[in-house]
Write a protein that binds this ligand. Sequence first.
Ligand code: NAD
Length: 298
Amino acid sequence: MTSVGFVGLGNMGGPMAANLVAGGFDVKVFDLVPDLVAAVDGASGADSAAAAASEVDVFISMLPAGQHVRGLYLGAGDAPGILDQMNEDTLIIDCSTIDAASARAVAEGAKEIGLSMLDAPVSGGTAGAENGTLTFIVGGEESALERARPVLEKMGANIFHAGGAGAGQVAKICNNMLLAVLMTGTAEALALGVDNGLDPAVLSEIMKVSSGGNWALNVYNPYPGVMEGAPASRDYQGGFLVDLMRKDLGLALQTAQASGNSTPMGSLAANLYQVHRDVNDSGGLDFSSIQKLFKPDV
Ligand code: NAD
């Protein structure tokens, strides 16, 4: 049986690890929060990240940000990283959304000691993690991805190979920057229509099949009451949080600065989300709540 070590059992990692258990893998888990370790039924709890990573075929991390991923693998201050303690045939998959430079630095460190590593950030949110329908956007060597595929397939419905090390992270932030632009533009257009006498549902139907049609209108309408099941129709609870969108926009802008790209739309979206967070105290709301910036009374 394939054995999998899993570190980082938060909103995403917890259900992903549970799907690996349900998929028949022998799973060893660790998180800094002991209750999260105990919550993964059917997995064995490890007492450190290094213990979760030892003697496993595949090791997966799902952590908040680049500093946590670098610290875990390469070490931070006096704390050693786990890379040096891993078997050389263990395949490493980092599913966190982090800056591409950190992803490449860890992949390079792994390669130096003969380990293969993939960056495999996900799209699909907590519902995708729970239902095993995530999209994995993978950077790294094709041969490593083929080894990872049976494991990723238990947690996701789509797997894309974006390119070499770090490419998964770049593709992910390009997508999320575009998503922020589309959501912000959609909210702005809906507010304009409503303030000029239109029904948001009627306007949405018109734009959906016209040249302004986009993903937000199709499946994630930001105006309350237009789309049953969308976060907008449950007070913007759940879904993909404003703070996580702000994080991804920050990564996009950081990447753009490093490569010398101008991203005026992404910069504006990042600023609008920042203002929205500050003015509406909305960090914990779904990102479609940007509608409130254009229509405070929704
Ligand atoms: P989370 O904060 O809920 O979980 C992160 C977990 O990592 C926490 O339980 C924390 O205790 C643990 N952790 C941190 N450092 C650790 C360490 N050194 N060792 C062991 N455990 C450690 O975050 P999340 O929502 O699960 O997101 C995880 C990653 O997935 C982030 O990079 C996020 O951007 C990305 N992501 C999240 C979503 C979403 O909708 N939540 C969607 C797509 C991608």
